[in-house]
Design a protein around this ligand. Structure first.
Ligand SMILES: [Zn+2]
Length: 355
C-alpha cells in the first residue's frame, strides 16, 4: 500500500533556499526574495549568445516561485517535480516528486503511514479517545486548479493611441476591434495589453507585448502571460496551450481557417480582409489546440498554415500538418525569412488565393 503523504507538512518543511542550493542555482537574496537564472529543463535556451538575465524569482517566506522566462510558477514540491522531469499536474508523478523531495532533503514526515487505517482504528474503539487527535492535516495536494477561468475585472486606462501600434502599421479600427492598448502601470507596465478570450468569448487573461524591444530580457520577455495565482486554498492558472487566440470571433463551422503563430499576424490579416485567422500564441500546437481547430472547421473545410518563415515556424507547421491533416484539408503557406506581418495586401492575396 502506498505511503500516505502529508503534503502540507512537506510543503512547510521543504525550504526553497535548500532547493535552490541543491540544484546549483546561484541566487541573489533580497529580503524574502531570491533571484537567479532559471534551471528548469523546459526553460527556453538562448541561441543568440546574449547574456542570460535572472528570470527566476522565489518568494522564500511563501515558498513559491515564478519564472518570467518560461512562464512557470508554483510551490517548492512542484519545482522539484519539474527539475526531476516529473509532471506536477499528474497526481502519481506529483506523489513521486514529493517522496523524492523528502528523500533528497532528509525530511522526516510525521504523518501517519496510512490515514484510512488510522480512521478505522478509531472507529473500532469502544470509547472515544481521551485526548482528541488533532485534525489530520490531510490537505490534498496540489491545490485544486482552475484553468483559464473568466476574469472578474478588466484593465482600465489602456491607451489605444500609443505610437507602437501605429508604427507597426495598425489602424485605429484594428486596435479597437481587438481591444488593444498601452498599459503604463502594474504588471503590464510598458506593454500593449492584449485581451485573450476563451472560445465562448469570455475574457480569461491579458497577454502583454513589451513595446521596446531593447528592454527584452529573460526577466522581461517580449510577451508576458498571466502567471499562476493562489487564493483561498485554490489555484488559478492560465494555460495558453488550451486556447486559440481570436477563436471566439470565428464563425463556425468555418470553410477556411488560417492558423498563425502570433497575435500580430491575426491583427494584420484582419486589417487586410482576412478575419478568419487564429493564433497559437507560440510556436507549437497542443492536442487541445488541434482539437479546437478540428471543431471550428467544417468537415470539408480547409486549414491554411501561415507560420513564420524561420526554423521554429517550419517545425510548427510540420506539427500542425501532422495533427490536423488526417482529418481536414491542410495547406501550408511557406514563408522564407519573413512572417505574415511583412507582407502587403497584394502579397497576402497572392499567397492566400492562389493556392
Ligand atoms: Zn524559467
Amino acid at each position: 500500500m502506498a505511503t500516505w503523504i502529508d503534503f502540507r507538512e512537506l510543503r512547510q518543511k521543504l525550504h526553497f533556499a535548500d532547493v535552490l542550493r541543491h540544484y546549483n542555482v546561484q541566487a541573489k537574496v533580497k529580503g524574502d526574495r531570491a533571484y537567479g537564472l532559471c534551471p528548469l529543463p523546459r526553460h527556453p535556451k538562448r541561441s543568440d549568445g546574449r547574456k542570460r538575465t535572472p528570470s527566476l524569482s522565489v518568494n522564500l517566506s511563501r515558498n513559491i516561485y515564478n519564472c518570467f522566462g518560461c512562464q512557470n510558477g508554483g510551490n517548492a514540491i512542484e519545482f522539484v517535480a519539474k527539475m526531476e522531469g516529473l509532471d506536477p499536474q499528474n497526481a502519481e508523478q506529483f506523489r513521486e516528486a514529493a517522496l523524492k523531495a523528502a528523500k533528497i532533503f532528509g525530511i522526516e514526515l510525521s504523518g501517519r503511514k496510512d490515514n484510512r487505517k488510522q480512521k478505522e482504528t478509531i472507529a473500532q474503539q469502544t470509547e472515544p479517545p481521551a485526548k482528541k487527535e488533532p485534525e489530520a492535516a490531510a490537505t490534498p495536494a496540489p491545490l485544486p486548479v482552475t484553468v483559464n477561468a473568466p476574469l472578474d475585472f478588466q484593465l482600465k486606462h489602456l491607451d489605444p493611441t500609443h505610437p507602437y501600434l501605429a508604427s507597426r502599421g495598425f489602424t485605429p479600427e484594428t486596435i479597437e476591434h481587438f481591444g488593444l492598448g498601452y498599459c503604463s502601470k502594474g504588471m503590464m507596465q510598458d506593454r500593449i495589453a492584449i485581451p485573450v478570450h476563451n472560445s465562448a468569448g469570455q475574457l480569461v487573461g491579458y497577454a502583454g507585448r513589451l513595446v521596446d524591444d531593447r528592454k527584452v530580457s529573460d526577466e522581461r520577455p517580449k510577451y508576458l502571460f498571466p502567471g499562476p495565482r493562489e487564493r483561498d486554498g485554490k489555484r488559478w492558472e492560465f494555460h495558453k496551450s488550451e486556447l486559440l487566440y481570436n477563436l471566439h470571433r470565428i464563425e463556425k463551422p468555418a470553410q477556411d481557417l488560417i492558423i498563425v503563430e502570433g497575435f500580430a499576424s491575426v491583427w494584420w490579416l484582419h486589417q487586410h480582409g482576412w478575419s478568419n485567422a487564429v493564433a497559437l500564441m507560440g510556436n507549437s500546437i497542443s492536442a487541445a489546440q488541434a482539437d479546437s481547430v478540428l471543431k471550428a472547421l467544417h468537415a470539408d473545410g480547409r486549414l491554411w498554415i501561415f507560420t513564420d518563415g524561420d526554423e521554429a515556424g517550419e517545425r510548427c507547421a510540420a506539427d500542425i500538418f501532422q495533427k490536423v491533416s488526417p482529418q481536414r484539408f491542410v495547406r501550408w503557406i511557406q514563408m522564407i525569412d519573413c512572417q505574415p506581418t511583412d507582407l502587403t495586401k497584394t502579397e497576402l492575396a497572392k499567397h492566400l488565393l492562389s493556392q
